[in-house]
Design a protein around this ligand. Structure first.
Ligand code: PGA
Length: 253
C-alpha cells in the first residue's frame, strides 16, 4: 500500500511573516484535526524560509521540502543552494524539474539528473516533475513527451536509487490555469508512467513508486483525482497558500 503525499509548492510567494503565519496555521490544523494516517504532508516554502520551516515542523507531522537544488556539489557557484546545505537543515524533500524551472531557467536533462543524484546522495527525496505542453496533448504526443522526460533523466538511476524518488505528473497546461486534468486523464498518464517503470525496473518498483498529480488541484477537485488507483496524492501550488483549502485537500487524500 503506497502512502499518499500532499505537497504544497509555495513558489515565489509570501514575505517572512506571512510564511510564518501560514506554516503556523497548517501545523495547528494538523495538530488539532490530525491528518489521515496514511498521508505524508510536505510543505515546500521558498529557500530563505527553510530554516524557519524545519524548526517549526520539528516533532510535528509535517515534512519540509525545497523547491530546487543546485546541480553542483559545492564551491564557487554564487547564489546556488546545495543538497548538502538542505541536508544540514534537515530538509526531507526537494522538487526537481518543475516546468517553471525548465521554462524560465532552461534546466536541461543533464542538470536534472545531476540534481536528483545529489539529493539522493544526501538523503533527500526528490519530487521529479514531468508533464506535457498543451500542444503536445492536442497533437496526441503527451505520452511520448512524458516518456522522453523520464527516459532521459531518472531512468539513468540504478534500481535502488530509483526506489527512493517520487514523481509528480504536472501537465503544463493545467499549472496555475484553473484547467485541471480530468481524473481520467490523470489516471491514464499515471498508469502509463507506472508501466514504463515496470518495464525499465520491475513490477515491484513500479507498484511502490508514488506518483503525484499537479496542476490546478484544489479543495473541490482533489478527492476525485486522489480516488484514482494510480494517483498517490498531489503537488499543490495556488491552493497550498490558503491554510483552509490546503487542510481540505489533505483530508481528501
Ligand atoms: P497549481 O501549481 O496548483 O497552482 O496549478 C501546481 C504546481 O506548479 O506545482
Amino acid at each position: 500500500m503506497r502512502r499518499k503525499i500532499i505537497a504544497g509548492n509555495w513558489k515565489m510567494n509570501m514575505n517572512f511573516s506571512e510564511a510564518d503565519d501560514l506554516l503556523a496555521l497548517i501545523i495547528a490544523d494538523i495538530d488539532d484535526n490530525a491528518k489521515p494516517v496514511d498521508v505524508d504532508v510536505v510543505i515546500c516554502p521558498p529557500a530563505v524560509y527553510l530554516e524557519l520551516a524545519t524548526d517549526m515542523a520539528s516533532g510535528k507531522a509535517v515534512l519540509i521540502g525545497a523547491q530546487n537544488v543546485s546541480s553542483f556539489e559545492n564551491g564557487a557557484y554564487t547564489g546556488e543552494i546545495s543538497a548538502a546545505m538542505l541536508e544540514s537543515l534537515e530538509v526531507d524533500y526537494a522538487i526537481v524539474g518543475h516546468s517553471e524551472r525548465r521554462k524560465y531557467f532552461n534546466e536541461s536533462n543533464e542538470e536534472l539528473t545531476s540534481k536528483v543524484k545529489l539529493l539522493l546522495a544526501h538523503g533527500i527525496t526528490p519530487i521529479f516533475c514531468c508533464g506535457e505542453l498543451l500542444d503536445d496533448r492536442n497533437d496526441d504526443r503527451h505520452m511520448e513527451v512524458v516518456s522522453n522526460q523520464i527516459g532521459d533523466t531518472i531512468f539513468h538511476l540504478a534500481g535502488e536509487e530509483f526506489q527512493k524518488l517520487v514523481i509528480a505528473y504536472e501537465p503544463v497546461w493545467a499549472i496555475g490555469t484553473g484547467k485541471t486534468a480530468t481524473p481520467g486523464q490523470a489516471q491514464e498518464m499515471h498508469a502509463f508512467i507506472r508501466a514504463l517503470i515496470a518495464k525499465k525496473y520491475s513490477r515491484e518498483t513500479a507498484d511502490q513508486c508514488r506518483i503525484l498529480y499537479g496542476g490546478s488541484c484544489n479543495a473541490s477537485n482533489a478527492a476525485e483525482l486522489f480516488s484514482k488507483q494510480d494517483v498517490d496524492g498531489g503537488l499543490i501550488g495556488g491552493a497550498s497558500l490558503n491554510a483552509d483549502d490546503f487542510a481540505l485537500i489533505i483530508r481528501s487524500a
